[in-house]
Design a protein. Structure first.
Lengths: 383, 264
């Protein structure tokens, strides 16, 4: 097995087994903090000497125990994240952070508190929508200070400014490496199939970032040695919250569809923006949140324009893709409500797209298969 | 030059269809069974078309599979999505077509065509409302055959409002209307408009351009076609070959690919 194959295999194993990763870190005597979507300042967890671990639901479970706490119309990501805590998969965590910028995760934070609060600390985090003005920055910092205090209690260790500066450095490097990887994955889409691309990016949520980045930089170096591939199939940009179902991604491969870039919350939206590196690290983290943009969940002061739609359309053009595949999570109000203006921007830019209704309990992919095969036909005819 | 025969097989969720085409122009055989993927339908429909035409698999230059069950047609050389095949088949039958609406057993598809090629499409969400299954459920509750729905709707004097959001809720509404003594024909008229409203919403996402053609088994229901014309505000063309359009498209693609193969 070549070094590249070994690295890809390692990422695949990690991506498929958060429970094993949790066990591994616990056996090393480390404390592990679960981090729910979106935009939790993982740097604080890292700075406290603990392991942040993303919890984005699972494709392998059926919602059962979480039903006691959740209404039917909650998205399956939120429900299955809770299921993983309730059914013992991830209940060995030392705490969880529940950000609340999403309309479902806001009330869900209380369901997590009620259901898991006796077992582990549940840290509430409210990002501000008005994040630009000084008072918005101050609000973010106040929230992060509160998260920091609770993490320090769990870690039994004070987080110094130096710890946090170092954590920001580690995370910025990791974000840079992931951005470099997505570019390389586009250039080498014959090697980095949609499934492998997902596995590499998903593994980031389950590994200490310094360990992860080291491996990813190694993989990037291996990829950079290869000649740019002459792809004969079609290329798309993916968009949505998460598209980590291997059965779904296999359909891309069956139809020779490569992923040129993504606008996925679980992937690129999570590492588009670095934090500044100054002498005030807490301010740097708030500044990073301020600088996030083009996200369905984030307030846009220029909402009368169609900035996000145009940004996504531009992403498709710049990446050399011929179209966009939108993974629409069932019951995700923000993404569903955004769709008409995203469609308008794509239509205006003459970019074909297909919207696939998905959820994490999906077991039959017949309709998706038909849609993707037909979409590949449309793209080939336009080529 | 010898004649080129191609076979298109469309295995849907509720029916199996096959068409044999001569030289990409002439339909020389067709067969249909009202059972789809996962049943004996696919095997039987293939056996039947060869028996009817007296032809054999070996005489086929290429066999193309399509439909929901396309991946499990062993005899097929290749397969294509039913959207591409419906577009191709509809264009063959009506060259002026720009919009195809196919209501299948569990899917609704609206396809935009330019110069005979599919350029855009929309499929329904993961929901039975607006599909053939919706009509099956309603027919069962109303204790009538699906094939009777069109004629019964023609007797309606007043349309009853039935929601287009959810099959389960719509079923409750139909039961409630029956309990109130509402005429079956009026309820069926409402059911057809419910389907039409759902499909129209989908069609608007693609954009509706004349000529509009409806394909698939549901197009045999005159009630749905006229409700659709009313909701869309466009004339909806149908064809006596409505159930064969997908298989026909597959046979046409098979011909095209067979020619390319022959040249190679």
């Amino acid at each position: 097995m070549s070094n590249m194959e070994t690295l890809l295999q390692e990422f695949a194993v990690v991506a498929a087994s958060p429970k094993a990763q949790l066990k591994k870190y616990k056996e090393q005597g480390k404390k592990v903090i679960g981090v729910l979507p979106y935009y939790a300042p993982e740097e604080l967890v890292y700075a406290a000497g603990m392991v942040p671990m993303g919890i984005w639901g699972t494709n392998n479970k059926t919602i059962s125990k979480a039903k006691e706490y959740c209404a039917t119309f909650y998205c399956t990501i939120a429900q299955l994240a809770l299921e993983m805590l309730l059914d013992g998969t991830m209940d060995d965590l030392d705490g969880i952070i529940t950000p609340t910028i999403c309309d479902t995760l806001r009330p869900m934070s209380q369901n997590f508190r009620v259901s898991m609060g006796d077992k582990m600390p549940v840290i509430f985090l409210a990002h501000p929508q008005n994040r630009f003005a000084d008072w918005g920055i101050k609000f973010t910092m106040d929230q992060y200070h509160d998260v920091k205090k609770q993490l320090e209690k769990i870690a039994s260790k004070a987080i110094t400014p130096e710890d946090l500066k170092e954590a920001i450095k580690v995370y910025n490097r990791s974000r840079r490496a992931r951005r470099a990887f997505t570019k390389l994955a586009n250039e080498h889409c014959d090697v980095i199939t949609p499934t492998k691309r997902m596995q590499v990016l998903k593994a980031a949520w389950f590994m200490l970032k310094d360990e992860y980045t080291e491996k990813l930089e190694e993989l990037n170096a291996e990829l950079a040695k290869l000649p740019v591939c002459d792809w004969k199939g079609t290329k798309v940009v993916t968009s949505g919250i998460i598209c980590d179902n291997p059965q779904l991604l296999a359909i891309f491969e069956e139809n020779n569809i490569a992923i040129a870039d993504d606008d996925v919350a679980h992937e690129s939206r999570a590492f588009r923006v670095d934090a500044p590196e100054t002498d005030d690290p807490m301010h740097d983290l708030a500044e990073q949140f301020k600088n996030l943009d083009y996200d369905v969940l984030l307030y846009d002061p220029a909402s009368a324009e169609n900035r996000r739609g145009e940004f996504v359309a531009d992403l498709v053009k710049k990446s050399g893709a011929q179209g966009l595949v939108l993974f629409m999570q069932q019951f995700c109000d923000p993404e569903e409500m955004e769709y008409p203006y995203l469609k308008k921007a794509l239509d205006a830019a003459d970019i074909p797209h297909v919207k696939l209704g998905i959820d994490q309990q999906m077991r039959d992919f017949g309709q998706v298969k038909t849609s993707l095969q037909a979409f590949a036909d449309v793209l080939s005819l336009r080529a | 030059m010898a004649d080129v025969f191609t076979l298109g097989i469309d295995i849907g969720s509720t029916a199996s269809k096959a068409v044999i085409l001569k030289n990409g122009e002439e339909i020389i055989g067709k067969s249909l069974l009202d059972v789809g993927t996962g049943t004996s339908g696919p095997e039987r429909v293939i056996r039947q078309i060869f028996e009817d035409t007296g032809m054999t698999k070996e005489q086929m230059a290429l066999i193309m599979g399509t439909g929901y069950g396309r991946n499990s047609i062993e005899i097929a050389d290749q397969n294509m999505s039913e959207l591409s095949c419906h577009a191709r088949g509809a264009y063959f039958l009506l060259p002026s077509v720009h919009t195809v609406i196919d209501i299948g057993g569990q899917d609704v598809k609206v396809i935009q065509i330019d110069n005979g090629a599919m350029v855009n499409f929309q499929m329904n969400d993961k929901c039975a409302a607006g599909t053939g299954r919706f009509l099956d459920v309603m027919a069962r509750v109303l204790e009538v055959e699906v094939s009777e729905l069109g004629d019964l709707a023609a007797q309606s004097t007043k349309r009853v409002g039935i929601s287009s959001t959810c099959t389960v809720f719509a079923e409750s509404e139909v039961i409630s209307q029956l309990a109130h003594g509402t005429k079956k024909s009026d309820i069926i008229n409402g059911v057809h408009h419910s389907v039409a409203a759902r499909v129209t919403g989908l069609a608007h996402r693609v954009g509706i351009r004349d000529d509009v053609m409806m394909t698939g088994g549901v197009a045999q229901n005159k009630g749905v076609v006229s409700a659709l014309e009313e909701e869309l505000g466009h004339i909806v063309h149908t064809t006596p070959l409505t159930q064969y359009v997908g298989a026909l498209g597959a046979a046409l693609f098979a011909y095209q690919k067979a020619l390319v193969k022959a040249k190679q």
